[in-house]
Design a protein around this ligand. Sequence first.
Ligand SMILES: [Zn+2]
Length: 264
Amino acid sequence: MGCEEFKNLTHGYLDGELDLVRSIEVEHHLEECPSCLRAYENTQAMRAAMREGSLYHHAPPALRDQIASAVCDEAGGSMRISPSSNSNARWWIGIAAAIFATAAITWQFAPRTNNSPSYALASDELVSDHIRSLLANHLTDVVSTDQHTVKPWFNGRLDFSPPVQNLADEGFPLIGGRLDYANSRSVAALVYQHQKHFINVFIWPTNESPSNTTSLTIHGYRLVQWSSSGMTFAAVSDTSSIELDRFVQLLQKEPTTSPVNSGS
Ligand SMILES: [Zn+2]
């Protein structure tokens, strides 16, 4: 993340509006960039001051009357109020603070309109789910390398039965499963390991006809998505794209609706 992007996200971060991936990026930038850290602390202090109202000063009653009558008198010309006394000066500080606050709020809302993600929300959500599962130490609800243990575990927890395969022989051992939430519904998450990398495979039912795989990279994580046999699959990992593509091809090759043929 660059300094300009950080600046655009500062207020969203302070308001807790950023997704997990963005928040982590902001925190990384804060650790690395002293000048942005200083700007961030200034923004934090300014917001605290605005919250406490210490930037605001009340106009003295005489001045308020003067303003009120000037506004009443004024139909088309300009108001003539001279800040000649100390109390008037305090009032002008209040005006300046109000203008400053308005400018700050405008700055807060203006840049983020240019910052909307170009990828689908669900894709972003799936990558966030993947990262959260690694960060929150909540990779699996059921730990097993056996698909015959993992598959029944989802019974009664989901309104569909996800196809579960173990690809240990091909270098992608199944290590367990988890319930997760994406695309506005509960989904199955199957967790595979490849060397030191984890792969989350999210599965949920779909009405769409079988589709070709589509892939995209979000925040350095690769997401590969496809539909088949009435299910949508989304595999997310930080393993190399060659390895993830190989994994996806293996998943697609194996029968997903009938038992594995153990004949040969
Ligand atoms: Zn910076």
